[in-house]
Design a protein around this ligand. Structure first.
Ligand code: ADP
Length: 462
């Protein structure tokens, strides 16, 4: 057993851990990150956001090029999935190399130990890995062990693919199937459905709730549903009960409106969500866990003030960029001697669903405001009138801003359509900064880009 005393230990080396680790090491703290992967950046780079968007971008290029025929683009256009996977791998390898260099540059203040970590007590972390066992003592601990794919306990679940099979460093799905059933119309299921459909798969999605994107705003989800490619069949209210193997592929049994149905496809993708992963020993360290997640305050402190739980592990906002900001909040508090010196705004986290078209939202929307008992002022901008949407020939969708009555402070917004993932960034900054319709209206948003819609929507109210 090797022993080491440092200032900070992180459990995990993903988005919840490494921004804090780097910030603290750069200001002179001795920091150790631990992760069984032995590399930085967690599930986002190994099997999540980055590889899925790399494959999606190929699908996007192909879709736009095909639509470009009427703009004079000609030639034999085809796309092959292995090429998209090779691109994905190139991006992953590049980013891993860059991260290794960043880590090297901070040696010896910051190091990464490969292995599974567990808490022995509030200041001691034990790591077991290929380099042996370590007993690490630290003043502060960052628990950022992330999340994992949820697989429901139904017969035949093991016959299904998950997003890991599609996007891991070594994916198991190397060619797209002719037909695919996707279980779950959350963002992962819908994104995968859109990608596979673009590569030529016939896709059907089964969702047990009565809306797509369960848990997200109903009106936002309905608007995206209306703009999705009708070739992707989405069956709502369909609860999958079992999956079995057939000579050709898979048969799924599901219940819809009280009746049992079956559907067949070459493959089934299980995409019913993700759940936090807790390292062993939280109880020994005195960290309170509620409904499978460590309880945290807005400074990401657990019930033990020097133990933090930023990122997916707390289950409150399971997105990489949210984890990064949460991690930096934790770093600020650690630097201040484990005081709640910084705070995370869980309200202003942009969320994008990378379907075709993209759909994104941030902040307070109409439905939640009504639940809280008040109405928001709305202003919408339709992409039919947008120059960028017209240039791309993608006219569907809208941008909608929600303002507080009286002050006309921007509270939230959604974008469904062209460049939604980009636009929600500007809207998110405005929400976080508390800008008013008047302030937004005075900003010269760029022409001929879709950002214009933000200024135009604001000007309609002032
Ligand atoms: P987040 O964005 O919330 O940080 P990530 O997926 O980016 O989530 O990172 C979580 C990382 O934590 C993953 O790389 C995972 O391998 C690692 N991890 C999970 N459990 C442990 C553990 N017990 N000890 C060390 N690392 C862990």
């Amino acid at each position: 057993m090797q022993e080491l005393t440092v200032d900070v230990v992180t459990i995990g080396a993903g988005g919840g851990a490494y921004p804090a680790a780097f910030r603290l090491a750069r200001s002179g703290s001795r920091v150790v990150m631990t992760d069984p992967k032995g590399v930085m950046s967690g599930n986002c780079l190994s099997e999540g956001c980055v590889p899925s968007k790399a494959v999606r971008e190929v699908a996007q290029l192909y879709r736009r090029a095909r639509a470009g025929e009427r703009m004079g683009l000609h030639g034999q256009l085809s796309v092959e999935y292995p090429g998209a996977l090779a691109h994905k791998r190139w991006v992953q390898d590049l980013r891993y190399r860059q991260h290794a260099e960043e880590l090297q540059a901070l040696d010896p203040l910051l190091r990464l130990i490969t292995g599974e970590a567990q808490l022995l007590d509030p200041h001691t972390v034990l790591v077991d890995g290929p380099e042996g066992s370590w007993r690490l003592s630290a003043r502060s601990v960052v628990v950022a062990s992330g999340s994992d794919i949820t697989v429901p306990k139904i017969p035949g679940a093991e016959l299904c693919l998950t997003s890991r099979d599609l996007f891991a460093l070594e994916p198991t799905l190397l060619a797209v199937p002719d037909t695919m059933l996707v279980v779950g119309a959350g963002y992962i299921g819908l994104e995968a459905a859109g990608i596979l459909h673009s590569f030529g798969t016939r896709v059907e999605v089964l969702e047990m709730e009565d809306q797509i994107l369960p848990g997200m705003d109903r009106d936002f989800a309905a608007l995206l549903a209306a703009n999705l490619d009708p070739e992707i069949q989405v069956r709502l209210g369909s609860r999958v009960q079992s999956v079995e193997a057939t000579p050709e592929g898979r048969r799924v049994t599901y219940v819809r409106e009280g009746k049992v149905h079956t559907a067949e496809a070459h493959q089934v993708l299980m995409a019913v969500g993700r759940h936090p992963v807790l390292p062993p020993g939280l109880a020994e360290a005195g960290v309170e866990v509620e409904a499978g997640r460590p309880r945290v305050n807005h400074s990401l402190q657990t019930s033990v003030p020097h133990i933090y739980a930023p990122g997916d592990v707390n289950g409150r906002s399971m997105l990489f960029h949210s984890a990064v900001r949460q991690s930096l909040v934790a770093a600020g508090c650690i630097a201040a001697g484990d005081r709640a010196a910084d705070h995370f705004d869980f309200q202003a986290v942009p969320t994008t669903v990378f379907t075709f078209p993209e759909a994104a939202y941030v902040g307070l929307l109409r439905g939640e405001a009504q639940r809280q008992g008040f109405e928001l002022h709305e202003s919408a901008y339709n992409f039919e009138e947008d120059s960028r949407a017209q240039i791309l020939g993608e006219l569907s969708g809208e941008l909608r801003l929600f303002f507080a009555p009286g002050s006309l402070r921007l509270m939230g917004g959604w974008v469904i359509g062209v460049d939604a993932a980009q636009l929600i960034g500007e809207i998110g900054v405005a929400v976080a900064a508390g800008l008013t319709a008047d302030q937004l209206a005075r900003f010269p948003d760029q022409h001929p880009m879709a950002q214009e819609g933000i200024g135009k929507a604001a000007r309609r109210l002032v």
